[in-house]
Design a protein around this ligand. Structure first.
Ligand code: FAD
Length: 411
């Protein structure tokens, strides 16, 4: 390698920007090639424009991928305190919520993008936007990058930080997987994650727009695989909202394996089963004239009640006096286990992240270096690493970008 290493970074997202700053601070000459008109579009969209930038409680269990433990080194070397120190160094102040989620103090994702970009400019990183890299070649010592109209030569090291095909409207592609394959890397099939779930009929599409809190249970091949409680949004196609997104990784992964996937909704998680049974029993006994529909409207949204009763095959106009023990049991069961088959996810376009990617088997977890090709590094979501909701995905992008750049600048 020449005295001042020349490093190319494909992708100007979170991982690419962090890699560019780190490599330039190490003294390398750095180029970012970005297909969008501007860098950091996913950063801008993240956390509903607030950017849940990291989490104070980072643990390997918050990540999925075929090779368990791949993230250990990255989370250890570039932990939250390291990240916080880095943020201070670029003038980015953070707000830590009581649940451990971290946001910029301004609560604005655009601050993050702006300060990363500013730092790149100050370090003379060349940012080449509107430049989709189509092909990468190497003569074993140097890399050449080809766009449709240009060719960029003479790079000592290459960091592929092209993200995933999630949210293609923000620039998401799986180009990085293609580049990896050319250099002999294996690929793990991708699937959308942190995404809404499509439910099969009799799911009532008329529920679209109703919001509630619920406990969701994911059933794969009829076995309970995961549970989570939180906001639930009914949509035309099925379910979204934080609770559904949190279950979506397991559901999506099971779907690509062609396993049977179902979700059970507990619409009243705040009640213990016995307590709910006793409350409902008392109410139906004391309000004998009231219709069962009117009675249930005091417990769950009035928009949900007719559909719930329909699925119990009970006429909503039935007076409580006529609701027998069997019908009451059925209502109770449905309130706590309203079950639907999951047919598919809402797709990459609506997914926050993608599972799968470049297999980490041939990647050094301490440096993100390819074990197949000298001078080649990977960072961020292009790798077969996907995190839970809560700042974990962005943190892995920062951490892997940092490790890759440190190693690329000294190799
Ligand atoms: C709506 C939404 C909200 C999210 N909210 C959060 C959140 O709050 N917290 C969190 O932790 N995570 C969140 N995520 C996930 C997080 O944004 C990603 O995990 C993270 O941005 C991945 O960083 P990356 O650098 O690997 O990829 P990206 O940020 O996707 O960057 C990759 C870049 O490479 C470019 N590119 C792709 N192919 C090429 C090519 N051939 N040539 C040149 N350039 C190319 C793309 O245009 C893109 O700019 C969210 C994602 C979405 C979509």
């Amino acid at each position: 390698m020449s005295q001042t290493p020349k490093i190319a970074i494909v992708g100007g997202g979170a991982a690419g920007l962090m890699a560019a700053i780190t490599a330039a601070e190490e003294g390398a000459k750095v180029w970012i090639f970005e297909r969008n008109r501007e860098v950091g579009k996913k950063i801008l969209a993240s956390g509903n424009g607030r950017c849940n930038i990291s989490n104070t409680a980072l643990h390997p269990n918050n990540y999925f991928g075929r090779h368990k433990g791949f993230v250990n080194d990255a989370l250890h070397t570039f932990n939250f305190h390291h990240f916080q120190k880095f943020c201070r160094s670029i003038g980015l102040f953070l707000h830590i919520q009581s649940d451990g989620r971290v946001y910029p103090l301004t609560n604005e994702a655009k601050t993050v993008k702006m300060l990363f970009e500013e730092r790149c400019h100050a370090l003379h990183v060349t940012i080449q936007c509107d430049c989709a890299i189509e092909r990468i070649t190497s003569d074993d010592t140097h890399y050449t990058l080809h766009s449709a109209s240009q060719c960029f030569e003479g790079f000592d090291a290459l960091i592929i930080a092209t993200g995933s095909e999630a949210a293609p409207q923000l620039g998401g592609t799986n180009d990085g997987m293609g580049f990896a394959q050319v250099f002999g890397h294996d690929l793990i099939p991708t699937y959308p994650s942190l995404v809404g779930l499509h439910l099969a009929p009799p799911y009532p599409a008329a529920l679209a727009g109703v919001k509630t809190t619920a406990e969701l249970t994911l059933l794969v091949d009829r076995e309970v695989q995961a549970q989570c409680e939180g906001d639930l949004l009914f949509t035309q196609y099925g379910i979204s909202g934080f609770a559904a997104l949190d279950l979506s990784h397991g559901a999506s992964y099971a779907l690509i394996q062609e396993r049977s996937v179902a979700v059970a909704l507990n619409l009243l998680p705040q009640f213990a089963p016995q307590e709910l049974a006793s409350q409902l029993g008392k109410l139906t006994a004391s309000m004998r004239e009231r219709t069962i529909s009117a009675l249930l409207c005091g417990l769950v949204s009035s928009k949900i009640v007719p559909h719930l009763l329909l699925s119990c095959r009970i006429d909503p106009h039935t007076p409580c006096a006529q609701i027998g023990t069997k019908a009451l049991k059925q209502i109770l069961h449905t309130l706590r286990h309203w079950r639907f088959e999951v047919t598919q996810t809402h797709g990459f376009k609506h997914a926050e992240v993608s599972g799968g990617g470049v297999s980490t088997e041939m990647i050094d977890p301490q440096t993100m270096a390819s074990k197949r090709h000298k001078g080649l590094y990977f960072a961020g979501e292009v790798l077969d690493v996907v995190g839970e909701r809560g700042g974990y995905n962005l943190h892995f992008a920062w951490a892997s970008g940092y490790l890759a750049a440190k190693a690329a600048s000294r190799s």
